[in-house]
Ligand binder design. Sequence first.
Ligand SMILES: [Zn+2]
Length: 158
Amino acid sequence: MDAPRIGVGIDLHRLEPGRPCRIGGIDMDSPVGPVGHSDGDVVLHAVCDAVLGAAGLDDLGTLFSDKDPANAARDSSEFCVEVMRQLREAKLRVLSLDCVIETEKPKIAPHRAAMRARVAELFDVPVDRVNVRGKTGEGVDAVGESRAIRATAVALLG
Ligand SMILES: [Zn+2]
């Protein structure tokens, strides 16, 4: 096996009341949801960028332009399918993923297990090699003031 490759991905979306809230591929009951051209799934976007970064491929914004009406309100799991297609073409696979979500609401803990399972499924990696964790913004900056949600992901490929 070639030496493993590591990549990092970061994503942020504004939160607004009354928006649907899908994070890590899981639909949540939440008074606020991410604003984005697609469904605004910060976790899937951060993980896709981490995987693409590690593989030396174009980033998500280049692959799926927010100027393209075809990507409007799009289910981000479709981005993952394309990322995985490119990964297989490059003869690479995901060895492990870790993702930290910074948000005041919705609370992540009740959804962690479901998110791990969904991310594992989408990126074709065993669930014990995927982690997703929530963290608050300590009341400061856009995340702490509940105006935004941010996700940071690290991917190891082999
Ligand atoms: Zn995004």
